[in-house]
Ligand binder design. Structure first.
Ligand SMILES: Nc1nc2c(c(=O)[nH]1)N[C@H]1C(S)=C(S)[C@@H](COP(=O)(O)O)O[C@H]1N2
Ligand SMILES: [Mo]
Length: 156
């Protein structure tokens, strides 16, 4: 009985874990759990991986995450807000940066996603649970694996 209770507590604690933080210049800082991401809009994009093959990735468009956190996108992406950027940080300390217009469909024709699956399967350990997929980028250096945080900052 004691062990049953203990495993129940451990399982609840594990499933309540924050998987992604959105911090910095946002009106609503977010500590999202896997279940919060599951109910967000999902899209599928085709992109060419490092192996030179096209794959189907699915996940949440980064713009949807920014809107949820109250980042100045869409009609608010003008004036001084044009010098804000998103710094994306991974479990291994790797970081990549996007200017906000790169992530906003009013500026950019490509949809950058926080992918959670490739060709219908979950991303492998060391890559997932979430990685960015940046379609039409000639090299995948910004396809950051094991994403943990998106921090919005002012470049001044
Ligand atoms: N977290 C994390 N993501 C990362 C890197 C890294 O070192 N750490 N390297 C990047 C670089 S330089 C490349 S080329 C691609 C390689 O993607 P792959 O692992 O799918 O081959 O991952 C990118 N994402
Ligand atoms: Mo790379």
């Amino acid at each position: 009985m004691k062990y049953l209770l203990l495993s129940f507590l451990l399982i609840s604690a594990a499933s309540a874990q924050t998987v992604l933080k959105i911090t910095g210049e946002v009106s609503k800082p977010l500590h999202l759990q896997a279940a919060d991401l599951k109910v967000m809009p999902y899209v599928e994009v085709k992109a060419t991986d490092r192996d030179g093959q096209e794959h189907r990735y699915s996940g949440v468009p980064v713009i949807a995450l920014l809107r949820k956190a109250g980042v100045t996108v869409g009609g608010q992406l003008r004036g001084e807000n044009l010098v804000k950027y998103a710094l994306v940080r991974a479990a291994d300390g790797y970081e990549v940066l996007f200017a906000l217009p790169e992530l906003d469909p009013e500026f950019s024709a490509r949809t950058i996603i926080l992918a959670e699956s490739v060709d219908g399967a979950a991303l492998p350990a060391g890559t997932g649970p979430y990685r960015l997929v940046v379609p039409e980028e000639k090299k995948p250096a910004r396809w950051i694996r094991e994403v943990r945080e998106i921090e919005i900052r002012f470049a001044k």
